[in-house]
Design a protein around this ligand. Structure first.
Ligand SMILES: NC(=O)c1ccc[n+]([C@@H]2O[C@H](COP(=O)([O-])OP(=O)(O)OC[C@H]3O[C@@H](n4cnc5c(N)ncnc54)[C@H](OP(=O)(O)O)[C@@H]3O)[C@@H](O)[C@H]2O)c1
Length: 323
């Protein structure tokens, strides 16, 4: 089968299209013919190994698994003999940052992992981008114990994570202030947020609102800058480590004092998370933003775009050629 393979860590050019053996499902596995995947910041992080810590999972010197791609949408082409939840021909979507593999024509998933059937009312392209940004957002929203009726700021609402976060938070019934650039004010307003702050025209730290939770979904501000805007026991979470890894340090120290604090949740993604996201998407409460689309052959260009830090939402990778 055709796959985007990387044999060493480095820039986008380390990824090359190659022929590799088609995998065979074990007893509890499903074999998915990938229609569409995404190229996202998780792929970029593992491919570049910019944060050395990722090598603990992917291989110290060279990548152990040659194919990246963590979110996908496609069709089941074969199942293991003990599979009960799915059948051949089912259209499925999901997330896999354990063994990756979605940047290839076929992908294996355990039937109990983060994979679910595609809702009738959604297309492959939408479903391919449902999970990466949304599962990080969901993890952090839950860590901050947000359930509804709270005041939240999402800093960097145009990213895959930020644009998913504002939609999930609004679906829960929160008051949401979103910070983004001038160009995307109307796009982000259309996601249903209560107030949009254009960071190119306005200093968000001068806002009069106070927040239960500030979610720095692009890792571009800091606890120090946000602290005056937090309510007494308000929580700050960033998707980045921060300057000198300060967010790790602050997550260890600030909870000891009982006031405003930083959390640094470890991301995970279960089938239940996927089903929660599916339910929102099915009801029209969450629709991933699509920035651009590339064929598998142009994956190097897709990577360059993904790590430019300028994408608005998600970048689709079409793996199955149009018939
Ligand atoms: N290491 C990993 O495995 C991993 C995995 C997932 C995510 N992450 C991190 O999580 C963060 C978010 O990822 P993502 O995929 O959601 O989005 P992303 O690609 O990082 O977000 C890009 C968006 O962020 C906006 N942005 C950039 N600087 C900004 C600023 N100073 N203020 C407000 N908006 C700003 C950009 O708009 P402008 O045009 O206005 O700049 C752009 O629309 C990234 O920092 C990423 O590295 C890391």
């Amino acid at each position: 089968m055709k796959a985007a393979v990387y044999k060493k860590y480095g820039p986008p050019e380390v990824v090359q299209i190659a022929e590799i053996p088609k995998p065979v499902p074990k007893e509890n596995e499903i074999l998915i013919q990938v229609h569409t995947a995404t190229v996202n910041r998780t792929d970029c992080g593992f491919r570049s190994a910019e944060y050395v810590i990722s090598r603990l999972f992917s291989g110290l010197w060279n990548p152990k698994l040659p194919v990246l791609g963590n979110e996908f949408c496609g069709e089941i082409s074969a199942i293991g003999k003990n599979v009960k939840l799915f059948k051949t021909g089912d259209r499925v979507f999901g997330y896999n940052d354990k063994t990756f593999g979605a940047h290839a024509e076929y992908l294996l998933m355990d039937e109990n992992a983060a994979v679910a059937t595609v809702p009738e009312n959604l297309d492959f392209a939408t479903c391919a981008a449902l999970t990466e940004g949304a599962h990080y957002a969901l993890r952090d929203i839950r860590a901050a114990k947000i359930t509804g009726g709270q005041n939240i700021m999402v800093y960097g609402a145009t990213g895959a994570i930020g644009s998913a976060a504002v939609q999930i938070l609004k679906a829960m019934g929160n008051f949401v202030v979103a910070v983004c650039n001038s160009q995307n004010v109307e796009l982000i307003r259309a996601l249903g947020v209560d107030i949009v702050v254009d960071y190119q025209k306005e200093d968000f730290t001068k806002l009069q609102h106070r927040f239960h939770f500030i979610f720095d979904s692009v890792g571009k501000t800091s606890f120090g800058a946000c602290k005056p805007l937090l309510l007494e026991k308000g929580i700050y979470i960033s998707t980045e480590l921060g300057k000198n890894w300060q967010n790790i340090f602050l997550a260890l120290i600030t909870p000891l004092f009982g006031g405003k604090k930083v959390l640094f949740p470890i991301p995970t993604c279960t089938k239940d998370d996927i089903l929660y996201i599916k339910d929102l998407a099915e009801k029209g409460k969450f629709k991933p933003l699509i920035d651009s689309e590339y064929p598998l052959e142009n994956i190097v260009e897709a990577y360059k775009h993904a790590e430019s830090g300028t994408k608005v939402g998600n970048i689709l990778l079409h793996v199955k050629a149009e018939e």
